[in-house]
Design a protein around this ligand. Structure first.
Ligand code: BES
Ligand code: MN
Ligand code: MN
Length: 485
C-alpha cells in the first residue's frame, strides 16, 4: 500500500483482509438457506433467511431493526393466502451531523438445482481458494454483496475507525419476483423511516467484463407476462386423443412464436415506436467503454452472439428493448418420451423496457397482440394473456457527489478510473427510491460480468468480494466528506 493512503483506510483495509474467513462464513451460512422467492413452497426459507440477517444485524449493533410485513402476495398465485416475505429495515448510527445513506439489497435468490448442471450443491457455498472463488446460488446475486454492507460495519468496529455516515438498510426478499409490495412500503416510509436519507446505494449488478470496475447509472425495466391456454379437463393420452382434439400446447407454441424473431426483433406492433431516439452525445459514450465480442462469448460460453460490433452489443443490452421466451408451465419437460397432451399450459415471457416506453401502454399492446394471434387460430381452447409483474427502467446522471465519491473509492481500491455503464438487467425498485426519497441512486457493483447470476455455478471472485467491501467502505467515507449532497 502506498504512503499516500490515509491511515484510517490502511487500518480498515487491513481489518477487512484479516476478517476474510469470518466474512466468508457469514456468506456460507446465508447461501445455505434456499430463499427462492418464485417458488411458493420455499417461502418459509425466504423468511428464515430474513431472520438470519436480523441476527447478524443485532450482533453488529444495528438498532431499530424492523421486519416489515408486506401483506399477501397478489394474483396470479397458487396459494391465495401466501404472505410476501418481510423487508428488513435497520439503522447503524443516528448522528444528525452525519449524512444518511440507505443501502438496498435483496436476500431472495433464483431457483437452482444440481441437475441443472451445477458442479456442486447450489445451496452449499464452495470456497475454492485455488481458483479464488466463492461458488453457490446468491454468491454474486445478491447475498454476497448484501452481506458486504454488514462486513463494512464489522470492519469499522473491529478496526476502531469511526463510521462515517448513518447507515439504513432496506433488504427485500422478493426482488427476483418483481419486488411485489415494496413500492408501497417505500412511499409510506419516505417521510418515516427514510426521512433523513441523503443517498441510496445499491450493490446488485456486475462489472461489464472481468477486469475493469464500473459504476452504473442505468437499468432496463422488465415487464413479465404469462399466456394461459386451457382445453381438456385433464392431461390426455396422445394415442387416444391426438388428432381429434385441439391441443393447448400447439396453440401456445403458435402464439409465442409470433412475439419475436430469431434475430431478436420484437414483432409486437407499436413497441419500437416507444423507444427514445439515439442522440449523437449518447452514441459517443459507447466509444470509450472497455468491452468486446470476445468477452460476451466468454460470458455466454458460446459463439451465439447476434451482433459482432461492441457498440451494437452494448446498445442492444442497454438502450433497446428485448423479448425473451422463458418457459412453459404445465408442459412435459422431463426426460424420455411421454405421450401426453397437456391440458393446460402457461407460457412465460418478458420484455426488457427502456426509455421512453410506457409500461401500461406496453401491457395493452402485448395482451392485444396475444389475443389476436390466438383468435387467428380458430381454436376452441381458452386463452388468457396477463402481466405477472412489471419493474421500471431507470437512468440517472452519473456526475454527482455519490458517483464522484465512488470513482475516488475505485481509484483507491483498484487503482483505476471506473467505466460508467448501464445494465441490461433490472432492479425494479431503483426508480422508486429516486422518485420517492428525492435522492440520487448509485449502483456500485461487487461482482464481474462472468459471475453467472441466474445461471449454473454462480460465483463471486474472492478478490471482488474483499475489494468490494473495501470499495463500499471507501465510498461511504468519501461521500461523507463531500460538500454537496
Ligand atoms: N441483480 C439482478 C439485476 C441485474 C441483472 C443487474 C443483470 C445487472 C445485470 C437482479 O437480481 C435481477 O435479476 N433482477 C430481475 C428483475 C426482474 C425479475 C423484474 C431481472 O433482471 O431479471
Ligand atoms: Mn440481484
Ligand atoms: Mn437476480
Amino acid at each position: 500500500m502506498s504512503a499516500q493512503i490515509p491511515t484510517k483506510f490502511e487500518q480498515l483495509f487491513k481489518k477487512v483482509d484479516e476478517l476474510k474467513p469470518q466474512f466468508i462464513d457469514v456468506v456460507a451460512q446465508a447461501v445455505a438457506i434456499p430463499a427462492v422467492s418464485s417458488d411458493e413452497t420455499l417461502r418459509p426459507q425466504v423468511v428464515k433467511k430474513a431472520h438470519f440477517l436480523v441476527q447478524q444485524l443485532e450482533s453488529l449493533g444495528f438498532t431499530d431493526i424492523q421486519l416489515k410485513p408486506l401483506g399477501l402476495q397478489p394474483p396470479p398465485v397458487s396459494n391465495p393466502n401466501l404472505e410476501l416475505p418481510p423487508v428488513i429495515l435497520s439503522r447503524y448510527g443516528n448522528d444528525p451531523q452525519k449524512k444518511t445513506v440507505l443501502v438496498y439489497g435483496h436476500y431472495d435468490v433464483q431457483p437452482a438445482f444440481k441437475e441443472d448442471g451445477w458442479d456442486s450443491e447450489p445451496f452449499e457455498l464452495v470456497v475454492d481458494e485455488e481458483k479464488g472463488l466463492l461458488k453457490g446460488r446468491g454468491a454474486t446475486d445478491d447475498t454476497g454483496p448484501l452481506t458486504g454492507w454488514l462486513h463494512v460495519v464489522r470492519a469499522h468496529k473491529e478496526a476502531g475507525v469511526e463510521f462515517p455516515v448513518n447507515l439504513i438498510t432496506c433488504f427485500e426478499g422478493m426482488e427476483e419476483s418483481g419486488s411485489l409490495g415494496l413500492e408501497e412500503l417505500i412511499a409510506k416510509e419516505a417521510n418515516g423511516y427514510f426521512k433523513d436519507v441523503d443517498a441510496v446505494c445499491i450493490s446488485d449488478n456486475y462489472w461489464l467484463g472481468t477486469k475493469k470496475p464500473v459504476l452504473t447509472y442505468g437499468l432496463r425495466g422488465c415487464n413479465y407476462y404469462q399466456v394461459t391456454i386451457e382445453g381438456p379437463q385433464a392431461d390426455l393420452h396422445s394415442g387416444v386423443f391426438g388428432g381429434i382434439i385441439a391441443e393447448p400446447m400447439i396453440d401456445l407454441v403458435k402464439v409465442m412464436s409470433t412475439l419475436v424473431d430469431s434475430d431478436g426483433k420484437i414483432l409486437i406492433k407499436g413497441v419500437d415506436e416507444m423507444v427514445a431516439p439515439m442522440t449523437e452525445k449518447e452514441r459517443k459514450l459507447y466509444d470509450n467503454i472497455d468491452f468486446s465480442l470476445d468477452e460476451l462469448n466468454k460470458a455466454s460460453g458460446s459463439n451465439t452472439a447476434l451482433y459482432t460490433k461492441k457498440e451494437d452489443i452494448l446498445m442492444h443490452r442497454w438502450r433497446y428493448p428485448s423479448l425473451s421466451l422463458h418457459g412453459v408451465e404445465g408442459a412435459f419437460s422431463g426426460q424420455g418420451a411421454k405421450t401426453v397432451i397437456p391440458a393446460k399450459v402457461i407460457g412465460k415471457f418478458s420484455i426488457r423496457t427502456v426509455p421512453d416506453m410506457d409500461s401500461a401502454k406496453l401491457d395493452e399492446l402485448v395482451i392485444e397482440h396475444c389475443e389476436k394471434a390466438f383468435a387467428k387460430l380458430n381454436s376452441p381452447n381458452k386463452c388468457k394473456a396477463e402481466l405477472i409483474h412489471d419493474g421500471a427502467y431507470w437512468i440517472s446522471d452519473p456526475h454527482n457527489a455519490q458517483f464522484t465519491a465512488a470513482s475516488k473509492a475505485t481509484r483507491l481500491v483498484y487503482g483505476v478510473e471506473p467505466d460508467l455503464t448501464r445494465e441490461g438487467g433490472s432492479i425494479p425498485i431503483t426508480v422508486t427510491f429516486q422518485d420517492q426519497l428525492k435522492t440520487s441512486v448509485l449502483l456500485l457493483p461487487m461482482g464481474r460480468g462472468d459471475d453467472g447470476a441466474h445461471s449454473i455455478n454462480e460465483k463471486l471472485d474472492i478478490s471482488n468480494f474483499i475489494n468490494g467491501i473495501k470499495l463500499m467502505a471507501a465510498y461511504l467515507h468519501y461521500y461523507a466528506e463531500s460538500k454537496e449532497i
